[in-house]
Design a protein. Sequence first.
Length: 248
Amino acid sequence: PEGIRDDVEARDAFVAERLPAILRTRGFKGRRVVVAPHATSTFIEHLQVPSSEGLDPAEQVRLQMQSRLARSGELVIRSWQVGEVHRDEGLRHEHIGVAIERREVMKLVEMFRRARLSVVGVHDGLGAMVRSFGHLHRRESDQSRRTVYIDLGHGHTSIAITEGTRIVFAKSIPTGGRDLGVGEFEASIPAPAPNPVAAPAAAGGVGFGVSIAEDRRGDGAPQELSRRIPEAVPVISGGEALDHLRHE
């Protein structure tokens, strides 16, 4: 509900209450869950660590993340190297670090436990988003293809740039739909289409029509994404918020 979207405690309580019924009515099976924490709970940083023998890069990233974030609680930190950077002081390794407070992780685990579900993995949202498109990058030639992913949420916009399935840039911007003037609207989720290339819009309500207008089974030149936008999607006014998002 609109009134609790910016109240973290109220939102979490609402989700915990509705979760069992949602899973039951949507036909989910099994008891094992992989979860991605909310963007407001996730911190993303690009870090450069010196190339030094005897120093663990992961430990250097952990110390830098703790220093930059200055969080009082214990952090769960994951990182990966994306390349090398040459600076005046020598060679450095560029890393992307993702952190979340351990108490937020445990809160999610407990929420699903009360719903009689077992959390077997906690992933960052950007990584989960990129992996969901991994089936489009299975060929060797795809590993050099650059893709930009943008996830526009209510309060945050998450961005990832990849080479194939490897994330080389990541950022979370605290500007989202609430700041851009995107109003309330209902979206229908279309049933899976028999054609893997295009998914037709659902009849009635908003249908997010074509996912990817490209048949990746051949080696032809890639086509662009469909530019057909359903009329029911609200217009983004944005103003200063949209300018800020463009700048970021």
